[in-house]
Design a protein around this ligand. Structure first.
Ligand code: FES
Length: 160
């Protein structure tokens, strides 16, 4: 399935205003990246050279920091984030099958977003509720004790 475009135009004036807000900070890169992500929903590729220039860094240095932090995204994210746990407890209780079924239902792979921008699929190492394994999180809601039947039902009814 095709992914949503990542080259959408962004408001450059808005971007420059955000950069200016952080110009007096000593180590502004990470807070600035977080702020840009909050503003645009992700870190648009067009912002990287502008940001690098303003901070006197190479674009590759900015890109390196973005790549290092899992919570920074260079692609648009869906309205709903679906997280499938791949931690040990979830894995031994069928997490792999749950992930396979979520991928099949959404028609996307891990890290991808549906073309309608409704869902982004992520996997996580452990969400901290191993007793309920295997787990899936949609938005901020945890769905525990998943099995193929339950996940199929959850996916089918996700828009209701
Ligand atoms: S391993 Fe899945 S919640 Fe801990």
């Amino acid at each position: 399935m095709a992914e949503p475009t990542v080259n959408a135009e962004i408001n450059l004036d808005q971007l420059k205003k955000i950069i200016a807000e952080y110009s007096q900070q000593k180590w502004p890169l990470i807070p600035l990246l977080q702020r840009i992500q909050n503003e645009f929903g992700y870190i648009p590729s067009q912002s990287i050279p502008i940001l690098a220039g303003a901070l006197r860094l190479f674009p590759s240095q900015v890109q390196g920091v973005i790549s290092f932090y899992e919570q920074l995204y260079t692609r648009p994210r869906g309205k709903n984030i679906v997280r499938v746990c791949r931690g040990t407890a979830c894995h031994v209780r069928g997490g792999k099958t749950i992930l396979k079924l979520v991928k099949k239902n959404l028609g996307i792979e891990e890290g991808e977003t549906t073309p309608d921008m409704e869902y982004t699929l992520d996997t996580v190492a452990c969400i901290g509720v191993c007793a309920l394994a295997p787990n899936v999180v949609i938005g901020d809601r945890v769905f525990g004790h998943m099995n193929p039947k339950k996940i199929e039902h959850l996916m089918k009814n996700r828009n209701r």
